[in-house]
Write a new protein. Structure first.
Length: 476
């Protein structure tokens, strides 16, 4: 299967309220031979206040924010076309599951596009960082790494690339970071071919579930406190091995004496789950976990000090005890429900609600027609959507792209809503003018102390840009 290696740069660290401002990708075959590539930049969406630090990191000045050829809406349309053209593929980046995937899903959701394009059949997804950490856990000699003050290997893309002989001075531009990811992964495949295919087996939720339902013992790779570790585990009974709420696999760590656990009450199991080291390990089935052959975990401490017969006996007890597994599922459900009840009851805003309520098939089927329509027709077609969130997103897109189409009151209401958000004096979930100026002042102090005139000039230009936005929305 082809690999679609991609990366984004954004206006903010918030996946809910920030925007993608640059995206690049490279399509390679299973031997890392390049088949296609793209790179797009777009203008900052109207009415958004960016985070200064995000723009410093990805070197996006005011000219790039305001004069790119593509609007934000147009760029998302081009990306959707390319991702469809590249399908089927395994989509992956560097730490993409935690950030880039979340950002593109929410951008497509707010852009009235199908959000799960990178992992819905026939596509799969993985994460280059997961793969690199696992490769390093299996063999410390596979990658040259910097070691940080805590004595842990540094797995940042720029650092790894530099240490392994790849030019990294252009890091933090989208296409360049996709190229670095491709080079690091290509190196891992070349040096560790026997584990490469195992790494990719979990790029799909159902494939992952098939593995842990079938296997008696697995090696699970997890990353805690700066270290990549291998855990020897026994998945629970195949009928009761998936978390009833979060839908993640569950396995018992075989360092633990399981016999005393087997007949515990549900309340006692809940107490045991709070103790460390944890007896239960989570297999995040939809987040490309790394599952390897048991032979890798058996060599690691503390498993190497336990007799192989005892390990197999423990695994047998776990895998075949249906009642024990059922009790664990009940305990996990109760813990999840208690957690849900203690959550803030504050209503989620539309931008935060992608996982709270899924868009209906009826509405999703209207997406292509909506995008193909003229701007005037788009406004009329919004009445066809049942989901109020989509109607709200659609109005904002029209405001940003073709404001003259909107009736006067609707235009004024949208502008007023943006003004209330960005001019708010409170600490909000999104970046406000006030928060931007505060951030700018702190960064100015830092760069003045470092005598970094280039960054200070960059901040002044950004500051003037945000002041123009502020004036525009104050005068309504």
């Amino acid at each position: 299967m082809n690999l679609a290696i991609w990366d984004i740069e954004s206006s903010s660290s918030s996946t809910d309220f920030g925007s993608i401002i640059e995206i690049g990708g490279i399509l390679v075959d299973e031997n890392f031979k390049e088949k296609d590539r793209f790179n797009f930049r777009c203008r900052l969406p109207e009415g958004e206040i960016p985070q200064a630090m995000a723009l410093i990191v990805n070197k996006t000045g005011v000219d790039l924010l305001t004069k790119a050829n593509l609007s934000h809406y147009q760029m998302l349309g081009e990306v959707e076309k390319i991702f469809k053209k590249w399908s089927p593929a395994i989509f992956l980046g560097w730490s993409n599951i935690g950030f880039d995937d979340e950002m593109i899903r929410k951008e497509f959701f707010k852009g009235i596009r199908y959000p799960y394009i990178t992992n819905s059949s026939p596509n799969k997804r993985h994460d280059g960082l997961n793969i690199a950490r696992a490769a390093y856990a299996v063999d410390k000699g596979i990658l040259k790494t910097e070691i940080n003050a805590k004595g842990n290997a540094v797995m940042k893309l720029e650092s790894l690339s530099r240490m392994n002989g790849f030019e990294s001075s252009g890091a933090h531009s989208a296409l360049f970071d996709a190229e670095l990811t491709m080079k690091i992964l290509g190196l891992i495949k070349k040096k560790q071919p026997e584990t490469w295919s195992s790494f990719l087996k979990t790029s799909n939720k159902l494939d992952t579930e098939t593995i842990f339902k079938k296997e008696k013992i697995i090696t699970l790779n997890e990353y805690f406190y700066g270290k990549s570790r291998l855990y020897l585990c026994a998945p629970l009974h195949p009928k009761y091995c998936i978390h009833p709420i979060y839908q993640w696999g569950q396995a018992v760590d075989l360092r633990v004496d399981v016999e005393p656990l087997l007949n515990l009450s549900i309340n006692d199991l809940k107490l045991e789950m709070k103790k460390t080291p944890k007896f239960l390990r989570t297999i995040r089935s939809n987040k490309a976990p790394i599952i390897l052959d048991p032979s890798y975990g058996i060599k690691e401490e503390p498993y190497s000090a336990i007799s192989i017969n005892l390990i197999y006996k423990r695994a047998e007890l776990v895998k075949n005890n249906e009642k024990f597994s059922q009790n664990i599922m009940t305990a996990l459900r109760e813990i999840a429900e208690e957690k849900e009840q203690s959550k803030s009851q504050e209503d989620l805003l539309a931008e935060e609600s992608i996982y709270k309520k899924f868009t209906s098939n009826k509405d999703t089927a209207l997406f292509p027609k909506w995008h193909a329509a003229s701007w005037k027709e788009k406004l009329i077609l919004l009445d066809k959507f049942d989901d109020e969130r989509l109607i709200s997103f659609g109005k904002k897109i029209i405001y940003q792209e073709s404001p003259e189409v909107l009736p006067g009151k609707m235009f004024k209401d949208i502008k007023q809503e943006i003004a209330e958000r960005i001019l708010s004096e409170k600490k909000e979930k999104w970046w406000t003018c006030k928060e931007f100026y505060h951030e700018c002042d702190n960064l100015r102090e830092k760069y003045s102390n470092e005598n970094d005139d280039e960054k200070l000039k960059f901040l002044d230009e950004l500051n003037n840009f945000v002041m123009l936005i502020q004036r525009k929305y104050e005068n309504i």
